[in-house]
Unconditional design. Structure first.
Length: 269
């Protein structure tokens, strides 16, 4: 991309070989430090675990994709898929004793991106975890949500995958390419949109109850559609439909904890 990219890495304090778990931010990822370390207990949670946790920084509104055209508002050339799948893994393996066994996860924008990267680059990942993500790029509602997300952070969505009829939209659709998930560990979770007690701990409480609730209602419907698709294909997966939960960090921290045993098992095989 012609620029330095920050990557935060949580890693064991030893030189033993270990797998790597890539975790992606949402659309509003900050420039200096991943939201995962700012808004969850991820550093404490993984402190005693034998894994590299790889946290790319600064992919704001990019959907971690290779864009068709540069976008000046988002920093110019966007080649996040190339960075994450071709450039970064060899560096992690070399400098952080990586074993070449990888999994990927994310929330919201990062959830869709984790699913997309796993279907597009199945050779690289043993599984993925998606928290509160609409794993669809083809339906009218999904396209509208993606376009609004890119525009919300100042980008031009036409620069990413072009107009609605561009084949790039289908090429990045996990729903259409779900057969590539066969043999992978898959964990997908969503809230119901109804605020639970965790919402009281969210510093953005009003947003969690309004905007976050509406978003999670929509994500819940997308998740049901993705579940139906995997059942049609007889692709095993773990789906978690929380009885409560909005589009906010307290729930994603809970998902991070609950999904780890499945990801850990995939990485250890």
């Amino acid at each position: 991309m012609g620029r330095a990219v920050t990557v935060d890495v949580l890693h064991p304090d030893n030189e033993r070989e270990r797998p790597s778990y890539y975790l992606l931010d949402g659309v509003d990822t900050a420039a200096g430090e991943t939201n995962w370390t700012q808004k969850t207990d991820i550093a404490e949670f993984f402190a005693d675990k034998h894994v590299n946790v790889v946290l790319p920084v600064g992919a704001r509104g990019s959907f971690y994709s290779d864009w068709e055209r540069p976008d000046p508002a988002l920093g110019g050339v966007q080649m996040w898929e190339t960075f994450l799948t071709r450039e970064l893994p060899p560096l992690i393996d070399e400098h952080f004793h990586g074993s070449g066994r990888n999994a990927i996860g994310g929330l919201s924008m990062g959830a869709l991106s984790a699913a997309t990267l796993t279907t597009r680059d199945p050779w690289l990942y043993r599984g993925f975890a998606a928290f509160s993500g609409c794993l669809d790029t083809e339906s009218a509602n999904a396209k509208l949500a993606i376009r609004n997300s890119v525009s919300w952070v100042g980008g031009n969505p036409e620069n990413m995958w072009g107009p609605d009829g561009d084949p790039a939209w289908s090429a990045h659709d996990p729903l259409s390419h779900a057969a590539a998930l066969r043999g992978k560990a898959v964990y997908i979770s969503t809230g119901s949109g109804t605020p639970g007690p965790e919402s009281l701990t969210d510093p953005l409480m009003p947003q969690a109850v309004t905007f976050g609730a509406v978003l999670e209602y929509l994500v819940h419907d997308c998740t049901e559609a993705f579940q139906r698709r995997l059942e049609e294909l007889s692709v095993p997966a773990t789906f978690v439909f929380h009885p409560q939960g909005t589009h906010s960090w307290p729930y994603w921290q809970e998902d991070l904890h609950e999904s780890w045993p499945l990801m850990e098992s995939a990485l250890s095989e």
